[in-house]
Design a protein around this ligand. Sequence first.
Ligand SMILES: NC(=O)c1ccc[n+]([C@@H]2O[C@H](COP(=O)([O-])OP(=O)(O)OC[C@H]3O[C@@H](n4cnc5c(N)ncnc54)[C@H](OP(=O)(O)O)[C@@H]3O)[C@@H](O)[C@H]2O)c1
Length: 307
Amino acid sequence: MRSTSHPDDARTLAGSASLASSASLPGGTWMLGDLTVTRFGYGAMQLAGPQVMGPPADHDGALAVLREVVELGITHIDTSDAYGPRITNRLIREALHPYPESLHIVTKVGATRDQQGGWPPARKPDDLRRAVHENLENLGVEVLDLVNLRLGNAEGPQPGSLAEPFETLVDLQRQGLIRHLGVSTATAQQIAEAQAIAPIVCVQNMYNLAFRQDDELIDTLAEQGIAYVPYFPLGGFSPLQSAALSAVAARLAATPMSVALAWLLRRSPNILLIPGTSSVAHLRENVAGAGLSLSDEDLADLDKIGR
Ligand SMILES: NC(=O)c1ccc[n+]([C@@H]2O[C@H](COP(=O)([O-])OP(=O)(O)OC[C@H]3O[C@@H](n4cnc5c(N)ncnc54)[C@H](OP(=O)(O)O)[C@@H]3O)[C@@H](O)[C@H]2O)c1
């Protein structure tokens, strides 16, 4: 990741000899276009304050989580200037800038925040241009590795053309400000519409063991070599709860969260994990847990949950 210079450069993690080997993370790696990322990534949304508004209660703790992400060898961080707003991007910059070459930060545009903590759409061309420039500034980079266009609303994907906002991002990509594009909270029709305009390298939609609306889409994208990045892999604001999940976890002497992550990695090779946490201990637990090995019996029991 190419960073702009910054006064805090002395605190660089780049080239740190203690970086763990990315190859040893559960799931191995995936190519997002020409960028290699670990399939085990990290979602930064939980680092902002309550309701994803304002700064974290524990600023140093948030920096420690981000530094641990890199120490563990994770090379994919998911973020947005809507988190906080601007809080998580600035924390990422404070903790990790200048970035290790191997680290790829994925951001999203298309929504803003209101005083009540809502997420109103901001998909007009001017909104998107401003958002891309603000992300560049807040992350301290010259080029954004991957920008997802966030569609839909709190109820999920909504039908309608994405042509105008997506073409605006393609224009910013041609200007050299964005390397790769993706879409989020998108319908299959919108994904096809985007692909007719320009290549995408990922789709980020809600999906987990108990919420499987995108099963068919995941398989289609896998055939096309496009990543599927499920948000709320652990259930998001309401942790996954299922008797069948608890039973499999008990059988394996593991936590339900570990089983849920291990299942996602097994579900399809194009699935990239971005579980969120504000805790170093949970981050380590999740990395270890995603490496659980699931038997055919486990998979059959888990497969019944979201169907
Ligand atoms: N495209 C979109 O519209 C969209 C929407 C939502 C999210 N996202 C992205 O997706 C990422 C993942 O979603 P998410 O963070 O909302 O939900 P998530 O990963 O499903 O779950 C996060 C929640 O699980 C808890 N947790 C994590 N590991 C745990 C563990 N080992 N033990 C106990 N609790 C644990 C976290 O609490 P602690 O902090 O206490 O660990 C947090 O409350 C976000 O960070 C964001 O980057 C994208």
